[in-house]
Every structure is written in structure tokens, then in C-alpha cells.
Design a binder for this molecule. Structure first.
Ligand code: TMP
Length: 222
């Protein structure tokens, strides 16, 4: 049974969600709150293997294959890692989750969003994040970070789809956030420092979960 708190970070490639997820996890851990940080696709040995297939296999997957592989990785991750951690009462912070499949494979790649919702429900057993931070920036702002990273680790298949695809992903995310304004926290603007964005995330987190035991250091300071 779910007891912990499930937080997800979403955004286009290069939106800075990894940095922000790590900053939130580090702060909660420093406050003594049991916290697990994980990512999709991935988060278990098997799901990380599926991640490699999705991002780096030589052969392009058919659209249906791609959706099923994301769902397979997610089912494994939810069953083996996320649900057990929530049952222990942890705060689980996940980089990307079901909204990524809706935004990328649904809105951007043109697959039926309703079908993807059904696949998501099947894969997760109906698990929905308690709070989702959406880091919104324009694709060319994100692209700069993607290119810096790609020159180090190589461009993956999805990043290689280019700017117009990222713009469709972005618009998909904005639609999802508008439809579920209670669950989403939209973080806009690339002109802010990562510490400023983190502070906004922290304030929203404490507003939403006031029962989380954080010390005086946590409530006000950085
Ligand atoms: P990452 O680089 O943020 O870890 O994500 C890897 C890529 O996987 C990213 O380009 C987005 C993509 N992706 C999907 O297309 N659908 C999904 O459901 C997930 C979880 C990721």
C-alpha cells in the first residue's frame, strides 16, 4: 500500500530536470527525510537494459515497439523499486514518468494519447505522481545543453529527432499541465539560476506536504 510521496520531474531534453531532481533529493536527505532518486527509462537492471535498447540500438523501433518498451521498463521499475520504496514511506523522486510517454510518443510522435494512457495504467497499476515539476523552456535553450552533453556522451536516438520534435513535446507537456493544474507545478524561465529554481521547488514541496518533518533550516533558508 502506498504511504510515501511520489514526485516526478518532467521536461524536454536539456531542461535541467536531472539537476533539479538531484538538488531536491539532496536537500530532503540532508533534512533526514528518507528519499530515493531514480529515473526512467531505467531504475532497475532490466529497465536500464531496455533504456539502452530504446536510446542506442542500431535498429529504429516501430512506434508500437517503442511504446511497449517504455511500458515494459516502467512496469519493472514501478513493481521492483517505486512501490516498495513508497510502501516504506520514502519520498520517491523520479526523473520522467508516464507524462513523458504522453508528451513524446503521444503528442509529439502522433500516437493516440488515449491508448498511451491505457498502457500507462496497465504498466503502473494506476500509480499517479503526487506532484510533478515541469521545467519549461524553449527547445533552442534546451538544445544548447543537449549539444554540450552529446559532445561528451554521444547523441541518443530521441535527442537526434531535432528541434521541431522538441517543440511538439513541449506543447504536449503544456497541455498536460493545463489539464491537471493541481498535480503539476510549472517552472518557467531559463534566465534564473539553478538555486533560484530549486528554491521555488522547495517552497512548493513544503506547501503541498506540510506534514513532512523538516527542520528550521529547511523552512526558510537555502
Ligand atoms: P533522459 O535523457 O531525460 O534520461 O531521457 C531519455 C530520453 O527518453 C528522452 O529523450 C525522452 C525519452 N523518453 C520518451 O520518449 N518516453 C518516455 O516515456 C520516457 C520515460 C523517456
Amino acid at each position: 500500500m502506498k504511504q510515501g510521496i511520489f514526485i516526478t520531474f518532467e521536461g524536454i531534453d536539456g531542461s535541467g530536470k536531472s539537476t533539479q531532481a538531484q538538488m531536491l533529493a539532496a536537500r530532503l536527505t540532508a533534512e533526514g527525510v528518507p528519499t530515493l532518486i531514480t529515473r526512467e527509462p531505467g531504475g532497475t537492471v532490466l529497465a536500464e537494459k531496455i533504456r539502452d535498447l530504446l536510446l542506442f540500438a542500431e535498429e529504429d523501433p516501430a512506434p508500437e515497439t517503442e511504446i511497449l518498451l517504455y511500458a515494459a521498463a516502467r512496469a519493472q521499475h514501478v513493481g521492483k523499486v517505486i512501490r516498495p520504496a513508497l510502501a516504506r514511506g520514502a519520498v520517491v523522486i523520479c526523473e520522467r514518468f508516464t507524462d513523458s510517454t504522453l508528451a513524446y510518443q503521444g503528442f509529439a510522435a502522433g500516437n493516440d494519447p488515449e491508448l498511451i494512457r491505457q498502457m500507462n495504467t496497465f504498466a503502473t497499476g494506476g500509480l499517479v505522481p503526487d506532484l510533478t515539476f515541469l521545467l519549461d523552456l524553449t527547445p533552442d535553450q534546451g538544445w544548447r545543453r543537449v549539444q554540450e552533453r552529446s559532445s561528451r556522451i554521444g547523441t541518443d536516438r530521441i535527442e537526434a529527432r531535432g528541434l521541431s520534435f522538441q517543440e511538439k513535446v513541449r506543447q504536449g507537456y503544456l497541455r498536460l499541465a493545463a489539464a491537471e493544474a493541481e498535480r503539476f507545478c510549472l517552472l518557467t524561465g531559463s534566465d534564473r539560476t539553478k538555486e533560484e529554481v530549486h528554491q521555488q521547488i522547495w517552497v512548493r514541496f513544503l506547501e503541498k506536504f506540510p506534514f513532512i518533518p523538516v527542520g528550521s533550516k529547511g523552512k526558510g533558508g537555502k
